[in-house]
Write a protein that binds this ligand. Structure first.
Ligand code: FDA
Length: 307
């Protein structure tokens, strides 16, 4: 019951100001967003990579309101890519981007987001790595998928995310699987109405399995974005049945969540990529992590009260 309330708060400017200013917030935020600057995040990248993990890097930020913020987002990713070049990790460290941070919701936003994200995809390709377009709320998806298709004409390795909770996703998955795309499948983290999305966990889980089967049997590269132990073992089974080798799909999890499982899957020989977010505009990302697990909220509330 708490999840939808927290997700509503994740879009409230008043709550953003209140929570971002609370002195205790930082300690709790650090669990999920382990740095604010490129200098702070580079040692984390090295450490995860040394442990046999791969990464997808997210500069936190979304729902910007001015074109200059979109240009700043592009520049932040370009600065990150400059540092990744020195680390020579290739596809072991890729980028995840949210198009709402690149201006998608502004006037002429579709073109603006494409114009801002293209140099990031180009720079990533120049150092031998890739970019994946995150999925945001359902109203943004047609634009995201069209930008993905456009970018793939020059950079076929560009990936995208699809969300199992949306009714439309099975059809999207079929199209993407046929075109041979890299696709991350997640359950979905936004507050979506019953007209477009399953609301019950068991319905979302069942849809996840149906969609994953489509991806595993298709021509693309499935990326399983989930911490759910049941779905992870089903994914392994589906990969086996589809005859996929260990390097023909990968698991992805978020930094700070089930870290032992990251290492366990990597030790089993799986490609395991950790979605690692950093930056100062962490509010929306952090609130979605609270919404996913009410225990996180209790911990957060307790730290506020015991100060
Ligand atoms: P589920 O929520 O059932 O969790 C399974 C178990 O994992 C829980 O029982 C708990 O142990 C642990 N867990 C999950 N979330 C936790 C949390 N916040 N704190 C502590 N423990 C937690 N969504 C989206 O809409 N667009 C996107 O682009 C992405 N991108 C993305 C990338 C990657 C790599 C991942 C792993 C996830 C996303 N998501 C996302 C988020 C996704 O939609 C979903 O909200 C979360 O992954 C939680 O769902 P699970 O599949 O982990 O299952």
């Amino acid at each position: 019951m708490l999840g939808p309330v927290i997700l509503a708060a994740s879009r409230s400017d008043r709550m953003r100001r209140l929570i971002s200013a609370a002195p205790v917030t930082k300690q709790v935020v650090d669990r999920f967003i382990p740095g604010e600057t490129v200098d702070e995040i580079v040692p984390i990248i090295r450490d995860l990579s040394d442990r046999g993990l791969e990464l997808t890097m997210d500069v936190v930020g979304e729902d910007i309101t001015r074109p200059e913020q979109a240009a700043a987002a592009r520049d932040a990713y370009l600065a990150l890519i400059d540092r990744l070049k020195e680390l020579e990790l290739g596809t072991r460290a890729e980028m995840s981007v949210k198009l709402s941070m690149f201006g998608q919701a502004l006037e002429g936003g579709h073109e603006l987001a494409l114009a801002n994200v293209r140099p990031v995809v180009e720079a990533a390709a120049a150092i031998g790595t890739t970019v994946t377009l995150d999925a945001e709320d359902h109203t943004t998806l047609d634009s995201m998928l069209a930008i993905h298709e456009e970018l793939r004409k020059d950079f076929p390795q560009t990936g995208c995310v699809i969300q199992a909770y949306l009714f439309r996703t099975e059809a999207d998955a079929r199209r993407l699987a046929e075109s041979g795309s890299r696709v991350r499948l997640v359950k979905g983290a936004y507050k979506e109405p019953a007209e477009v999305a399953y609301q019950q966990k068991h319905e979302i889980d069942k849809a996840y399995v149906r969609i994953l089967k489509i991806l595993m049997e298709g021509a693309g590269y499935p990326m399983i974005g989930s911490h759910d132990p049941r779905l992870i073992s089903i994914a392994q089974e589906l990969a086996r049945t589809a005859g996929r080798k260990l390097d023909e799909y990968e698991f992805q999890m978020l930094y700070g969540i089930r870290s032992d499982e990251h290492l366990r899957l990597a030790a089993e020989g799986h490609r395991m990529r950790v979605y690692t977010a950093y930056g100062t505009d962490w509010y929306g990302y952090f609130m979605r992590r609270l919404a996913e697990k009410p225990a996180n909220l209790r911990f957060f509330a307790r730290s506020m009260l015991t100060r």
